[in-house]
Design a protein around this ligand. Structure first.
Ligand SMILES: Cc1cc2nc3c(=O)[nH]c(=O)nc-3n(C[C@H](O)[C@H](O)[C@H](O)COP(=O)(O)O)c2cc1C
Length: 219
């Protein structure tokens, strides 16, 4: 009985689904993708999302809507306090070294939190570089978290400590996305596996940057 009640609650939440997004706009993969502002009243409660959060390794090719893509990017690294430009995710010493790259079927984009938009950095489908597991190659969105290690310069940190902190930051970004996904009827998984060297070469970030984490989001 103790276990039955939470299970019943969970199935009820899934059956009801999150509050539906009012509009569902298809994504146009232009040079700049202007993202929409998050609707704070949508989605499951944080407790419901926590209950449902799970890693998924099974994705369809169904695209995300612009509203879903916007919410995912905002959850990862969006500004939630414009007065000091701090983000939805915390960052050690507020250094914010993490850059979020979105690998889509039609290009690789960098998330610009100031304009809440995605800026195309490479054309074409490079999702296979952003993963090492087949389920990710055709999923609609793979995020790659890359640290700009210059942010740690002058702090007298060892390289290992700086990489540790960058990894901790990225894990926070990724968990925000996992919870956003769980609360909006999307699937997600945090991944450590990807083709890091090839990604850095593709993006021209061989110097001073480290790939710290990746993530798949889809349906
Ligand atoms: C830092 C990190 C890296 C991970 N890397 C991978 C990965 O490369 N491939 C994968 O299939 N799962 C990966 N996972 C997912 C874990 O395997 C998963 O969280 C674990 O099996 C527990 O399952 P759950 O997330 O559904 O609770 C990773 C998770 C974390 C936190």
């Amino acid at each position: 009985m103790k276990l039955l009640i939470p299970l019943l609650l969970a199935s009820l939440m899934v059956a009801c689904g999150p509050n539906q997004t009012q509009t569902t706009t298809p994504i146009e993969y232009t040079e700049t993708i202007a993202l929409v502002q998050p609707a704070l009243s949508e989605g499951l409660t944080i407790n419901q999302a926590l209950w449902l959060r799970a890693s998924s390794r099974d994705y369809s090719t169904e695209p995300l809507t612009l509203e879903e893509l916007s919410g995912v990017m905002w959850a990862a690294a969006g500004i939630n306090r414009p007065e000091n430009n701090h983000l939805t995710a915390p960052s050690a010493m507020a250094l914010y070294p993490i850059r979020v790259y979105a690998f889509t079927p039609e290009g690789v984009y960098r998330y610009d939190e100031q304009s809440h938009s995605l800026l195309r950095v490479v054309e074409g489908d490079h999702r296979e570089l952003s993963a090492a597991q087949e389920f990710a190659y055709s999923a609609p969105l793979n995020l790659v978290y890359i640290a700009d290690m210059s942010r740690y310069e002058g702090l007298n940190l060892t390289a290992a400590k700086a990489e540790f902190l960058a990894g901790q930051d990225a894990a926070g970004y990724a968990e925000n996305v996992n919870l956003y996904a769980a609360g909006h009827n999307l699937k997600a998984i945090t991944r450590g596996s990807l083709k890091s060297a090839e990604v850095l070469t593709l993006l021209g970030l061989e110097k001073g940057h480290t790939v710290v984490l990746a993530q798949t989001v889809g349906k």
